[in-house]
Design a protein around this ligand. Structure first.
Ligand code: CU
Length: 70
Protein backbone atom coordinates (compact mmCIF):
# COMPACT_ATOMS: atom_id res chain seq x y z
CA UNK A 1 0.00 0.00 0.00
CA UNK A 2 1.04 3.60 0.48
CA UNK A 3 1.08 4.88 -3.08
CA UNK A 4 -1.51 7.48 -3.92
CA UNK A 5 -2.44 10.24 -6.34
CA UNK A 6 -5.31 12.40 -5.39
CA UNK A 7 -7.17 15.68 -5.13
CA UNK A 8 -9.45 16.35 -2.15
CA UNK A 9 -9.98 13.54 0.29
CA UNK A 10 -8.69 9.99 0.22
CA UNK A 11 -9.42 6.61 1.70
CA UNK A 12 -6.49 4.76 3.18
CA UNK A 13 -7.29 1.08 2.70
CA UNK A 14 -5.57 -1.17 5.20
CA UNK A 15 -5.09 -4.86 4.48
CA UNK A 16 -4.49 -7.71 6.86
CA UNK A 17 -1.17 -6.30 8.11
CA UNK A 18 -1.33 -3.51 10.68
CA UNK A 19 -0.06 -0.19 9.41
CA UNK A 20 -0.10 3.39 10.52
CA UNK A 21 0.47 6.56 8.50
CA UNK A 22 2.66 9.45 9.59
CA UNK A 23 3.29 12.56 7.51
CA UNK A 24 6.79 13.08 8.80
CA UNK A 25 7.61 16.10 6.69
CA UNK A 26 4.31 17.70 7.63
CA UNK A 27 3.92 20.10 4.71
CA UNK A 28 1.25 22.72 5.13
CA UNK A 29 -2.15 21.17 4.58
CA UNK A 30 -1.12 17.63 5.37
CA UNK A 31 -3.78 15.39 6.83
CA UNK A 32 -3.74 14.25 10.43
CA UNK A 33 -1.58 11.22 11.10
CA UNK A 34 -3.26 7.84 11.45
CA UNK A 35 -1.48 6.84 14.62
CA UNK A 36 -3.50 3.77 15.54
CA UNK A 37 -2.17 0.54 14.04
CA UNK A 38 -4.92 -0.27 11.54
CA UNK A 39 -5.87 -3.38 9.57
CA UNK A 40 -8.93 -4.68 7.70
CA UNK A 41 -10.41 -1.19 7.59
CA UNK A 42 -10.31 2.07 5.69
CA UNK A 43 -9.75 5.52 7.09
CA UNK A 44 -10.67 8.79 5.39
CA UNK A 45 -8.37 11.79 5.46
CA UNK A 46 -8.71 15.24 3.88
CA UNK A 47 -5.85 17.30 2.51
CA UNK A 48 -6.09 21.04 2.14
CA UNK A 49 -2.57 21.84 0.90
CA UNK A 50 -1.25 21.20 -2.58
CA UNK A 51 2.01 19.37 -3.07
CA UNK A 52 3.66 16.09 -2.24
CA UNK A 53 2.77 14.73 1.18
CA UNK A 54 5.35 12.06 1.93
CA UNK A 55 4.23 9.53 4.50
CA UNK A 56 5.63 6.49 6.20
CA UNK A 57 4.51 3.65 8.41
CA UNK A 58 6.24 3.54 11.76
CA UNK A 59 5.48 -0.14 12.27
CA UNK A 60 7.16 -1.44 9.12
CA UNK A 61 10.53 0.09 8.44
CA UNK A 62 10.88 1.23 4.84
CA UNK A 63 7.15 1.44 4.10
CA UNK A 64 6.68 4.80 2.46
CA UNK A 65 4.25 6.53 0.15
CA UNK A 66 3.24 9.87 -1.19
CA UNK A 67 -0.09 11.62 -1.59
CA UNK A 68 0.02 14.11 -4.46
CA UNK A 69 -2.49 16.91 -4.02
CA UNK A 70 -3.03 18.94 -7.18
CU1 CU B 1 3.30 -0.53 7.72
Amino acid sequence: MHQFAFAGSIEFDFGTMANNVFFDDAPSGAAANITTPSFDTSVSRTFTGKGRHVNSCHLNRGTRGVVVVQ
